[in-house]
Design a protein around this ligand. Structure first.
Ligand code: FAD
Ligand code: PHE
Length: 526
């Protein structure tokens, strides 16, 4: 549909159908946010489903007490299914792991850490942000987990590129990059370079947009970007005749592009990211805590390491090691909510094709360090309230806390990296990781970065017991992926790795919902 006929069509709908119809039609055309989702809405199983059918809720063993396993037990529990969750670690939640004072863990290399964080200080070692459309927020609402804003992008945070020497505030970088891009495009447009693409009216509209977007001069000023107050100030304006002291600059167009300060701008454009995101108050693990409470803690066996899965016509037998003893549990159904690379290692009789399919997922390493400071110098000295500083250093990102503003202490995430950088930090001892993180971070923040560190914790996900990775590369569209979307015998598979939203709890939750729906349908129809 051409623009003109599309507009006429919308006008017609608007006249005859009112605003609601207009909005829905715009949604159908992809012009307005539409609620249309391909998956049918989830309906939790309920006890009422069994009335009149003579059927009853059955026994289900769930392997893994991460978000997917817990959500499975929680949803099935609504209909009275007799669920048992076997979780290898000492705490439920899996990758949803919040470190507080007293948290202790030994990694696969034998490094033991005990967090010495102060009361009220915590670190989300895994998930830390939630986008507004994610089902994760629906679970927070349903479970009564309070949420607060997570500042994902902050105009007052910094960009530091060691390779070019650039150290600027985000707002300054944006003003300069948007300004010069606008200048170039305006010049090209006005000089006729786009005459084949644009009508005279389109050109004027584009030029008017670029003038406001980039804060550039008009035609008589040659469309030039010369810098404006958008860049920020060395001293901000105040009363009377105090007009403030503008920042020096901007540098030339060539200098700004050479500094590469725009290298990370596009991150927040991702539909799964945004400037404003959310986090549970008190730590991300409030979600598994609330799920565990709703399931009933006696249904969750901690320190229970699954060692074999045997599917039989009458039921599934699962063996597990707990407190030095081998135990066994038999259930009508099993939901394997373990990471694929770990599930592949567990002896089972599900078939060689299942083991082979599990090998199709690649594992991504990732690491984070949490630094508790005795003083919130980023707020007091730099006036950075939350958000992220982006850098080409091996730290990749420095996160300032989106909570506890103006309190005495705070926790900064000193690195959050993946790939080679995560492997490099992960290969060090926790003390060496801290030293490297401080040395690198001091390149951005100076001496203050080394001062007043009260405690730290570093998580190398690929070296973490019972997880051995941060998330996986998903072989979408392959036979391996399609195979594991189906149950094998009485065994179902769940986890963020079986979704289009890997590396997000939304994936774990939606996978759990899909398995719960399929399993319940089977129970209701067999
Ligand atoms: P897991 O959490 O991996 O659960 C699997 C469970 O199986 C674990 O509890 C494990 O201990 C257990 N297990 C393993 N082997 C055995 C065994 N033999 N016997 C018994 N149990 C076993 N998501 C967001 O929503 N927002 C974010 O900002 C975000 N950031 C992230 C950052 C990092 C660094 C990481 C690592 C993850 C992040 N995620 C984020 C992703 C999120 O954590 C996951 O998508 C989600 O937690 C996965 O849940 P799951 O249940 O599928 O898997
Ligand atoms: N969900 C994780 C995070 O937000 C991992 C991720 C990073 C996923 C970037 C997509 C994009 O940190």
């Amino acid at each position: 549909m051409s623009d003109i006929s599309r507009r006429r069509f919308l006008q017609t709908v608007g006249v005859t159908g009112g605003a609601g119809a207009l909005f829905a039609t715009m949604g159908a055309l992809g012009l307005a946010p539409a609620a249309a989702a391909p998956a049918p809405p989830f309906r939790a199983p309920s006890r009422a489903d069994f009335h009149l059918t003579g059927r009853g809720a059955q026994k289900v063993v769930i392997l893994g007490g991460g978000v997917a396993g817990l959500a499975t037990a929680y949803e099935l529990g609504k209909a009275g299914y007799d669920c048992t969750v076997l979780e290898a670690r000492g705490v439920a939640g899996g990758r949803n792991f919040t470190v507080r004072g007293g948290t202790t863990e030994t990694d696969l290399d034998g490094h033991t850490q005990r967090a010495a964080f102060s009361p009220g200080i915590s670190m989300n070692a895994g998930p830390a942000r939630i986008a507004q459309w994610m089902v994760t927020l629906d679970y927070c609402r349903e479970l009564g987990v309070p949420i607060e804003v997570f500042t994902n992008q902050n105009a007052d945070a910094l960009i530091y590129n060691e390779s070019t020497g650039a150290l600027v505030k985000y707002r300054t970088a944006k003003a300069d990059v948007y300004g010069y891009v606008s200048e170039l495009l305006a010049k090209a447009t006005d000089q006729g370079a786009l005459d084949g693409e644009l009508s005279a009216t389109d050109k004027e509209r584009l030029l008017s947009f670029l003038q406001s977007y980039g804060a550039i001069g008009g035609r008589t000023a040659g469309w030039e970007y010369t810098g404006t107050s958008r860049r920020g100030y060395a001293a901000y304006p105040g009363a009377g005749h105090d007009a403030g002291t503008p920042l020096a600059g901007p540098g030339s167009l060539a200098d700004v592009f050479a500094s590469n300060v725009g290298r990370y701008f596009s991150f927040e454009f991702g539909y799964d990211q945004a400037m404003v995101m959310f986090q549970p108050v008190g730590g991300m693990d409030r979600i598994p805590y609330a799920l565990s409470r709703a399931i009933g803690p006696t249904r969750i066996k901690l320190g229970a390491v699954v060692s074999s899965v045997t599917d039989r016509p009458a039921g599934v037998e699962v063996r597990y090691e707990q407190a030095g003893r081998t135990r066994s549990l038999t259930a009508d159904y099993c939901v394997a909510a373990l990471p694929p690379h770990l599930l592949a290692r567990i002896p089972h009789n599900l078939g060689a094709d299942i083991t082979a399919a599990l090998g199709a997922w690649s594992v991504t390493p990732s690491g984070k360090i949490g630094l508790e400071y005795r003083r919130r110098w980023w707020e007091e000295d730099l006036r950075i309230y939350g958000g992220i500083t982006e850098t080409d250093l091996d730290l990749s990102h420095i996160w300032y806390p989106s909570t506890g503003y103006h309190s005495a202490r705070g926790l900064v995430v000193g690195y959050y990296n993946t790939g080679q950088n995560a492997l490099a930090y992960g290969a060090l001892t926790p003390a060496q990781r801290l030293e490297r993180a401080l040395t690198q971070g001091a390149k951005i923040h100076g001496d203050v970065y080394r001062q007043g560190v009260a405690a730290s914790w570093s998580q190398a996900w690929h070296r973490t017991r019972h997880l051995e990775g941060a998330w996986t590369g998903v072989p979408l569209g392959t036979p391996a992926y399609d195979l594991l979307l189906q149950p094998r015998g009485r065994v179902y598979f769940a986890g963020d790795w079986l979704t289009h939203e890997v590396a997000w709890q939304h994936g774990a939750f939606t996978s759990a919902r899909a398995v719960v729906t399929a399993l319940h349908q089977r129970v209701m129809t067999h």
